[in-house]
Design a protein around this ligand. Structure first.
Ligand code: SF4
Length: 378
């Protein structure tokens, strides 16, 4: 859902700032795209386990529009009885009435973009809401009956100190959201933040402080009863995001709308495709009955192995499971990649009987770890 009330200066997503999104037109395009793709890919009546409305800001849609999108999607597939339906919410776009409407439309889970709980940081991030609006959105979500509500937070914000971050984590864990996602602020090229902060990270917390913030979050949230199940994600037991977990576990997914990515693990080593990014270009193409797909690729065995490695290591406790990897590729991860010895002796990964997991030190260095592993014979 590529529309936002206000464009945040750190965001490189191709969303459009608008006071009123063309929601009816957009919803019709999603249905039209779905009809075309399910027909072409033979996906009619496929099982539907999870649905995720992400953005942009999908919560600027009215509950009626969300209901029509969900009804339409459900009608194309065989939805599971416990279908997980997540809606991303920006605090400035909802009130109790709207959240109640989303719940009636079939949304079962919310992901609320707090980002920070200090107005100084929210202003710096250019967010369109205050900390109070975030807390109000969360309590309205509870009042509307949501028993599965997550919160997104950012750290390493300009000017943020370790004690600021500690205070944020305390306030958030006291709310007991079922899920917490944490992202370190990244400075993306082409954004206003890039011009402001790229040269020497002036005003940004140092990399050491950023690492301390991450480990502080891990320690505080796990002490508060949260499971650290994925590098950036924590949940109360049983409340892992089923949708995101299915990406990390290599399940099929179908993406609709501009910039959406799709993946099928068959034929052979899997294939993926993605849509063009421009929202209006997307709608024009779909309305003309043309495909909005920008590109497709079939994965090679090597690419599929690298992807399984990367996704597996992101799962903090489950790790990269050696059995399924070996079954799929005919080689264990230890046989497929070189570089493990150095990582093991540096204490970055740990080899258990049935899986490989990142250590506490390794969690901070996933990208470096992936660079040190290379496919044998490649
Ligand atoms: S609300 Fe989200 S998608 Fe929209 S501009 Fe801000 S960060 Fe980007």
């Amino acid at each position: 859902m590529p529309f936002c009330r206000r464009k945040c200066p750190y965001c490189d997503f191709k969303s459009i700032e608008t006071k009123s999104a063309p929601e009816e037109r957009f919803a019709l395009c999603l249905t039209k795209e779905l009809e075309k793709i399910t027909g072409e890919a033979g996906l009619h009546e496929a099982r539907l386990s999870t649905l995720y409305l992400g953005g942009g800001t999908p919560s600027i849609l009215s509950p009626d529009t969300v209901a029509s999108i969900l009804d339409s999607i459900r009608s194309f597939f065989k939805p599971d009885k416990d279908l997980e339906v997540t809606l991303e919410v920006n605090p400035d776009t909802v009130d109790l009435g709207k959240l109640t409407g989303f719940r009636s439309s079939g949304v079962t889970r919310l992901s609320i973009g707090f980002q920070a709980l200090d107005d100084r940081h929210l202003v710096l991030l250019g967010r369109a809401h205050t900390a109070e609006a975030s807390l109000r959105a969360f309590s309205s979500a509870r009042e509307a009956g949501f028993t599965n509500a997550g919160v997104d937070l950012m750290f390493a914000i300009p000017g943020q100190t370790l004690s600021d971050w500690e205070a944020t984590l305390r306030k958030v864990s006291a709310l007991r959201p079922e899920h917490i996602s944490l992202y370190g602020l990244t400075i993306e090229e082409g954004t206003p933040f890039h011009g402001r902060y790229a040269k020497g990270r002036v005003g940004l917390p140092t990399e050491e402080i950023e690492a301390s913030m991450y480990l502080m979050a891990k320690d505080m949230l796990t002490a508060a009863g949260y499971c650290h199940y994925e590098v950036s994600n924590f949940s109360l037991p049983g409340f892992e995001s089923r949708h995101n977990s299915s990406y990390w576990k290599g399940a099929h997914y179908l993406g609709l709308g501009p910039s959406a990515h799709s993946y099928l693990s068959k034929p052979l080593w899997g294939s993926r495709w993605w849509n063009i990014a421009g929202p209006y270009e997307y709608m024009d193409l779909v309305e003309r009955g043309e495909s909005p797909i920008e590109a497709k690729e079939a994965l090679t065995r090597e690419e599929a192995m690298l992807e399984a490695l990367m996704l597996g290591l992101r799962m903090v406790e489950e790790g990269l499971k050696t059995g399924p990897f070996t079954q799929r590729f005919g080689l264990s991860p230890m046989e497929a990649f070189s570089g493990w010895d150095g990582l093991l002796s540096d204490g970055l990964v740990e080899a258990l009987s049935d899986r490989v997991v990142l250590t506490r030190k390794g969690l901070l260095l996933l990208n470096e770890i992936l660079l040190k592993l290379s496919l044998k014979g490649a």
